[in-house]
Design a protein around this ligand. Structure first.
Ligand SMILES: *Cc1c(COP(=O)(O)O)cnc(C)c1O
Length: 376
């Protein structure tokens, strides 16, 4: 397959659409109070210990971080019961995904395989790299057909992405299925890497039940991704990490830009990892809030999909307004959630689990918009 020149390719690119920001909506509607339930951020903010660390470090920002951030890498390795040689870190998981394409794929020749819809960054990075993305539709209930995923792979497949729990549905496949898929992929296409993106895994009811990483299962063709952006509350500082096959990790360090993980996030991350109190509070808030929002939306007649993550995918009752209209009405009241046009799910909406007040405000607004408050 001939691949167009990089600039032509980039001109044809539909860029990543992030959730709207609070500042944007404040300005657009002249609102003082805006709540954002659009980007799956931590409902309790950032760990107080991490915040304190950042304040104390403010005077040190004239220094470069230590090359390779060894203290952070060692701590993450210990955290997952593995060796430092398998751990990589980046400026968000986003940077790691980008570097995976650069390490493993050749423009115009190789392909990447993922489900459809999936996290927008995989196909975008594939496109930028001049790589064909092959997509396998999710089942009607958003579960995974691993046989169909395997069937899409061929000898030129270099990357296969599986997100567990999945974004935007919250679906979490059984560990056994992911493990089995990794094994069959290794047999069929030994050169292909299975990327298991576990950005939301700690919100599941049990990591041990769903995560290969949490069980210390590290097949040689699997790379795991995790992030500090969600349960660890550091989205704005940018830190993601991976547990990779050792050889791949070694290559990763050769091509990563030297200081993409900055001095503030390194220390804040270590503090956040230590703050078990904040972590527990976050998981409790998300699990309770998830139930409250699910029940509230269902009482209003919405269809809500089961979610193991810190967000819910839902559809409005049949015959009510469109998802777009609902989104706009919420915006005008200072509540930002996520439309899913960029995920090819224009009839669905995704709401992140907020804190108690945010969840109540959101449900009250939905009740108002759907006009069947008598049901509540
Ligand atoms: C939020 C998210 C990430 C994390 O991205 P960062 O760059 O680490 O903030 C990774 N994968 C998925 C599927 C996500 O939704």
């Amino acid at each position: 397959m001939a691949s167009p020149a990089p600039l032509a390719r980039i001109e044809a690119l539909a860029p990543y659409v992030p959730g709207m920001s609070i500042a944007e909506i404040r300005q657009k509607y002249g609102l003082e109070n805006v709540i954002k339930l659009a980007s799956n951020e931590n409902p309790l903010g950032a760990s107080p210990l991490a915040q304190e660390k950042i304040r104390r470090l403010a005077a040190s920002v004239f220094r470069y971080p230590q090359g390779g951030n060894p203290r952070l890498v060692r701590t993450l390795a210990r955290h997952h019961g593995t060796i430092a040689e398998k751990v990589v870190i980046g400026n968000g998981s986003d940077e790691i995904i980008d570097l995976l394409f650069r390490m493993l794929t050749e423009s115009g020749k190789h392909n990447a395989v993922c489900f459809e819809p999936c996290f927008g960054l995989y196909p975008i990075q594939a496109h930028i790299s001049g790589i064909e993305t092959r997509r396998v539709p999710l089942e009607k209930d958003f579960s995974f057909n691993f046989d169909a995923l395997l069937a899409k792979t061929d000898e030129n497949t270099r990357l296969v992405f599986v997100t567990t729990p999945d974004n935007p549905s919250g679906y979490c496949p059984p560990l056994k299925e992911v493990r089995q898929f990794a094994a069959t992929l290794a047999e069929k296409v030994p050169q292909a890497l299975l990327v298991v993106d576990e950005a939301y895994m700690d919100f599941s009811s049990s990591e041990r039940q769903y995560s290969m990483l949490a069980n210390g299962i590290f097949p040689e063709n699997v790379a795991f991704l995790r992030t500090f952006s969600k349960s660890l509350g550091l989205a704005g500082l940018r830190l993601g990490y991976g547990v990779f096959p050792e050889k791949l990790a070694e290559c990763f360090w050769r091509i990563r830009l030297p200081f993409s993980v900055n001095i503030l996030v390194e220390e804040a991350a270590l503090a956040a990892l230590d703050d078990s109190c904040f972590r527990e509070a976050t998981l409790k808030a998300v699990r309770e809030g998830r139930q409250v929002l699910k029940e509230g939306l269902e009482r209003l007649g919405c269809k809500v999909w089961p979610s193991a993550a810190n967000f819910l995918l839902f559809a409005l009752p049949q015959g009510s307004i469109s998802a777009r209209e609902c989104f706009e009405k919420l915006l005008s009241q200072g509540i930002i959630i996520r439309t899913l046009g960029s995920y090819a799910l224009p009839d669905h909406l995704r709401v992140s689990i907020g804190n108690g007040d945010e969840n109540r405000t959101f449900l009250a607004a939905m009740e108002n918009i759907l006009g069947n408050g008598n049901i509540l």
